[in-house]
Design a binder for this molecule. Structure first.
Ligand code: ZN
Length: 119
């Protein structure tokens, strides 16, 4: 019987889930996201909204050189625990959409203050 993932809301077969809590989450990734959400709720979340479009360039694998725009109005959460060391601030996209192209990005102080506003 399929279950509905508490994080991404996808229907999945618990037997295929890599999560330790395979009746709650479709994958280990979703389990980790849920953990981070819980932690953020405890520590106070720093949320930002994009106030001016912000182009970023993908540098991973096949999408090398492709530019995507961080759209105005999109919401982000600062999460230092996920930092990959590319820039000072690590932002996680909050839309929760499965087809989201930019799920995270890292920016410096200047880009943060120019393109994002605390909400
Ligand atoms: Zn999931």
């Amino acid at each position: 019987m399929n279950k509905k993932c508490l994080v991404c809301a996808n229907s999945y077969n618990p037997q295929d889930s890599g999560s330790f809590f395979n009746f709650k989450f479709c994958s280990d990734e979703c389990e980790q996201k849920a953990e981070i959400e819980a932690k953020s709720a405890e520590t106070g979340v720093h949320m930002y909204m994009c106030i001016s479009p912000f182009p970023i360039r993908f540098s991973n694998g096949t999408e090398t050189g492709a530019t995507e725009i961080v759209v105005e109005g999109s919401k982000w959460r600062i999460d230092g625990s996920l930092a990959r060391g590319l820039n000072k601030f690590h932002l996680e996209n909050l839309s929760g959409r499965v087809d989201e192209k930019i799920t995270w990005l890292e920016v410096d102080e200047q880009a943060l203050s120019r393109h994002f506003q605390k909400i």
